[in-house]
Design a protein around this ligand. Structure first.
Ligand SMILES: O=C(O)CCC(=O)C(=O)O
Ligand SMILES: [Fe+2]
Length: 518
């Protein structure tokens, strides 16, 4: 799929460029054709001024007859229009197999709804290309885009319909409201590219309101719809039904108002509020350093490799301990690693029982880079080993996993270590994932921070920095405090690289302990 990684979406730009070129050529040819037709029209019209051509003139009589015998025929049966459109269609057919599928547009629509929810963004603002927080008191602008990308009525209609098809009226109503108000504003102006219309948007919106229990809204919208589509029997029957309901229980609406539409509940995300709150801080930094354990230092980890160039270490959380190493990689290394991974990116999977599967809660593409692919990758293992004091070379650690997030790409709260003995993680026979070393290979403009749900902090995406934490206690059990997530990316292409270090091979580097506290 395409929507799950910004790198793939980048390719879509090139595809549209090709289509644009074909359409440009078509417009040029058709403009020429039409101007030629107009020339013919004006020529004939001129001769018809003042009551038609004087038939006494033999030359005019001759041209009249010739025109009627052959010129009109050539004009009417010209194949040029057909040839022009054929060229456009062929140009389209050429790229067709690479174009995004309906699932891609649907995935992108769901991504926008996810951003709306997680960051509490205002739908009307989103539809106007603005990222502003919707709160009753103030609307805070999170980001001022360099150029506004305003959504059309049909864009909003599509998102509303995606929600409607999932019986999610919490989302379908505001998006269809946007669609309806935009379609109303431009009623009568035909747009070739649109899929929907005012009638359809009204119809979907009315039914969403009905499903949400707001009968009088459903009734008003259905009546409006019937004005545009007076022969629609289904609409007429719905109207009769709504009138009946309101007649029988005049308080139906008030009851619906009471129960307020709820955001569809995602059962696997029990920690949703904590998580979203942390995402909304957009990567908080501690505001005070009163705790002497929270500190920054140049660290050599007593390792000869780091003696001449110590690491810039920042302790960002104590429980669980999370450490940020600034400038862990150089720009050159980050670019090279993204470049090496790009051709191998595939939709990321998660452990699902004994297997691995795609999941809504992890939207990104990833690739595994072996150490042999480039000396840079091998160097990273050596550097990670020096900094952490652990053995980061395969098989004691996994290969480097490079991840690129897509539209609204995210990884909802999860543990990196296996929580079940059956997990596919154990296939390498090197134990569980003892520690995570994650490198930020890019900057992002907005969103995408790494949230530690129970530690109550989120780390912003700091390009070239690396985050390190222990997933397991010294006694081998998982540390539940490490529950963490990659917040949805609002603006930017977020890249990270994961190095998961396994238990085996670290026996002398991180001795075991019995206390569940360690
Ligand atoms: O992208 C992030 O910030 C977190 C990624 C993560 O937790 C993972 O890939 O396991
Ligand atoms: Fe993770």
């Amino acid at each position: 799929d395409m929507y799950s990684s910004m790198a793939s979406i980048q390719q879509a730009v090139g595809m549209e460029g090709a289509l644009l070129q074909h359409l440009g050529q078509y417009l040029q040819q058709e403009t020429q054709r039409l101007s030629d037709l107009r020339r013919f029209y004006e020529k004939v019209q001129a001769s018809h001024q003042a009551g038609g051509p004087p038939v006494q003139d033999p030359i005019l009589a001759y041209t009249l007859l010739k025109r009627l015998q052959s010129e009109w025929m050539n004009v009417v049966h010209s194949s040029e229009a057909n040839e022009n459109i054929q060229a456009l269609k062929e140009g389209y057919e050429k790229v067709k197999q690479d174009l995004p599928a309906p699932e891609d547009v649907e995935g992108a629509a769901k991504a926008l709804m996810r951003l709306q929810d997680v960051y509490s963004l205002n739908v009307n603002g989103l539809a106007r290309g603005m990222f502003q927080r919707s709160s009753s008191s103030d609307t805070k602008l999170l980001y001022n885009p360099p150029h506004l990308s305003i959504m059309s009525a049909d864009d909003c209609f599509h998102i509303g319909k995606v929600a409607y098809d999932m019986e999610d009226y919490y989302h379908s109503i505001p998006w269809l409201e946007e669609a309806v108000s935009r379609f109303r504003g431009s009623y009568g102006n035909w747009r070739t590219e649109d899929e929907g219309s005012l009638e359809e948007a009204l119809d979907y919106l009315a039914f969403s309101y009905y499903k949400a229990g707001n009968i009088s809204h459903a009734l008003d919208l259905s009546r409006e719809c019937l004005l545009y589509d007076p022969d629609n029997g289904r609409l007429a029957r719905n109207i009769a039904k709504y009138e009946q309901i309101l007649y029988e229980s005049p308080t139906a609406d008030a009851d619906a108002e009471e129960m307020k539409l709820q955001r569809p509940n995602v059962t696997h995300l029990k920690t949703r509020d904590l998580y979203e709150g942390l995402c909304q801080t957009l990567g908080s930094q501690p505001t005070s350093y009163e705790d002497p354990h929270m500190s920054c230092m140049y660290d050599t980890n007593s390792h000869p490799y780091l003696l001449l160039q110590p690491m810039k270490k920042e302790i960002v959380s104590l429980r669980p301990q999370v450490v940020l190493y600034h400038d862990f990689v150089s720009d050159l290394e980050a670019e090279k690693i993204k470049e090496l991974a790009s051709p191998w990116l595939h939709r990321s999977v998660v452990a699902s029982g004994e297997k691995q599967a795609e999941a809504e809660y992890r939207i990104s593409k990833s690739a595994w880079l072996k150490d042999t692919i480039h000396p840079f990758v091998q160097n990273l293992d050596t550097r990670i080993s020096a900094v952490t004091g652990l053995n980061a070379h395969p098989p004691y650690a996994e290969y480097l996993q490079v991840v690129n997030y897509g539209i609204g790409g995210h990884y909802e709260p999860h543990f990196d270590h296996a929580t079940s003995r059956k997990s596919p993680l154990y296939r390498t026979n090197t134990g569980n994932r003892l520690a995570t070393f994650m490198i930020y290979l890019s900057h992002v403009d907005l969103g995408g921070s790494t949230a530690f749900v129970f530690a109550n902090f989120s780390s912003p995406v700091v390009k070239n920095a690396a985050v390190f934490w222990w997933n397991l206690h010294r006694n081998g059990l998982g540390d539940e405090d490490t529950l963490h997530a990659g917040c949805p990316v609002i603006i930017g292409s977020k890249w990270v690289a994961n190095k998961w270090i396994h238990e085996f091979g670290q026996e002398f580097h991180r001795p075991c302990g019995r206390s569940p506290e360690d």
